[in-house]
Design a protein around this ligand. Structure first.
Ligand SMILES: Nc1ncnc2c1ncn2[C@@H]1O[C@H](COP(=O)(O)OP(=O)(O)OP(=O)(O)O)[C@@H](O)[C@H]1O
Ligand SMILES: [Mg+2]
Length: 426
């Protein structure tokens, strides 16, 4: 069943306004009958005060104001991998609540995310977390105007959990539901901050599964300028950390260890920087790290602590330098003056500082989200979904997940087709 998008953006509140008007009318009529039997003057004043009291007590004025101002309050659900994230975003007042649960301990013994365990844990955690943020914000189901969930890319089972819950709640609550692209969520996360970037801009998406440079004209108007031909930057951090016997996620651990590292003891390669273009490759760097660790450890299991820190420093320096060189190139080539960095690796302090310094020389500025919104979270999905829901996009009742989904196939905001609908059509 395909809902027709409302020309002002679909909003379920009209049903509630209608219901409130009908019930108020009925109450008014009953009170009128009762008081009229006593005395006409008493009837008029009592009935008027009663009606006024009822209107003030009901949500009628609030709903009408929100409808006329085309506001929406959206529940966001993120379950693409090993984090369960939920949030409520209000287009008028901003982020109302968000909660995150990480499955890192569930997968710790296996050395990577086990898809089946991930799906089961999302099933266990998702509904209680939704109940919890509704309770924390003192909101009820009727206060939610739309639901956005991550429809891909990601692990199919994990995505299906979020999709099933979102679609079912949407159906039960009578509100529109929309599948959101996970990387669009990451890309828009800095919009949740106090001083958000202005369009157009260049986005560097650096996460566990992606490394992409994207030209962003507006929401849904994306052109991929370059991307990793093999490992993602976050994946390279995780693998390097594993070589030094550190747990997942490796990025923050390498960054911490690198603080004690000595600059210049090792020099790691800057892959693909000596040739034109904006693509990346991190698998060679991974092999270089493996060889360095093997050479330095000698007969023991690991190199000594200082050597480990020096390796971490050199590895981080190489990744950050490579990303910085390509970002600088993208800024020069496009003439754009704004760079947005998003995804887990954008939490890296060294990357932020190096980019800020390099781009200041080009008169360009760097924007990023607070650390909690660099990695997976529900807030970015609620925000991205809210923008598209307000533009009138929403999906039909089918529960769908898209494990592989190129970012540049997403429709613009003005499209009368949702992102998920266009992905299915491809
Ligand atoms: N401070 C940091 N420095 C470097 N890397 C970091 C830092 N913090 C997190 N990371 C890395 O970010 C990655 C997780 O980010 P994110 O949650 O965005 O990725 P993902 O959701 O697994 O992948 P994708 O979004 O591509 O599907 C991990 O690889 C982690 O090591
Ligand atoms: Mg992610």
């Amino acid at each position: 069943m395909q809902h027709k998008p409302h020309k002002f953006g679909y909003s379920p509140c009209w049903g509630r306004v209608f219901y409130t008007l009908v019930t108020l009318g009925a109450k008014f009529f009953v009170v009128g009958l009762f008081t009229k039997a006593i005395e006409p003057v008493v009837f008029t004043s009592v009935a008027h005060y009663y009606a006024l009291g009822q209107i003030l007590r009901s949500r009628l004025l609030l709903d009408l104001a929100r409808l006329l101002r085309k506001e929406m309050r959206v529940l966001g659900i993120e379950t693409s991998c090993d984090e369960t994230g939920v949030a409520i975003y209000d287009s008028d007042t901003g982020l109302l609540a968000d909660a995150l649960y990480s499955q890192v301990e569930v997968h710790a013994d296996y050395g990577g995310v086990v898809p089946e365990l991930a799906s089961r844990d999302h099933v266990r955690k998702l509904l209680p977390m939704i109940r919890q943020i509704l309770a924390d914000t003192a909101l009820q189901a009727g206060d939610i105007d739309g639901i956005a969930y991550t429809a891909g890319p990601g692990l199919i089972g994990a995505l299906m959990v979020g999709g099933s819950v979102a679609r079912s709640l949407g159906y039960a609550w009578g509100v529109p539901t929309l599948g959101v692209h996970h990387m669009e969520g990451h890309l828009l996360a800095p919009m949740l901050e106090d001083n958000p970037p202005q369009y157009p801009f260049i986005a560097l998406l650096v996460s566990g599964g992606h490394t992409q440079l994207v030209s962003v004209k507006a929401i849904g108007e994306y052109e991929i300028l370059g991307e990793s031909l093999d490992d993602a930057a976050g994946e390279a951090f995780d693998k390097a950390a594993k070589m030094l016997d550190m747990d997942y996620p490796g990025g923050p651990r390498i960054a911490k260890l690198a603080e004690k590292g000595e600059a210049g003891r090792f020099r790691f390669p800057r892959p693909m920087c000596d040739r034109p273009g904006l693509d990346f490759s991190f698998s060679g760097l991974k092999t270089f790290t493996l060889n360095t660790v093997a050479k330095e450890r000698g007969a023991s299991v690991l190199p000594d602590e200082q050597t480990q820190a020096d390796i971490a420093w050199a590895f981080q320096d190489a990744v950050v330098d490579t990303l910085m060189i390509k970002c600088r190139r993208a800024i020069k080539e496009t003439g754009l003056k704004t760079l947005v960095i998003a995804g887990g690796v954008s939490a890296n302090i060294c990357l932020r500082e190096r980019l800020e310094k390099a781009l200041a020389k080009l008169d360009a500025k760097v924007f990023y989200a607070r650390n909690a919104f660099c990695t997976d979270n529900g807030a970015m999905i609620a925000y991205a979904g809210c923008q598209r829901l307000m533009a009138g996009q929403h999906d039909d009742l089918t529960i769908r997940a898209v494990p592989r989904w190129p970012l540049d196939t997403l429709p613009p905001l003005q499209s009368n087709q949702s992102a998920l609908a266009s992905a299915i059509e491809e």
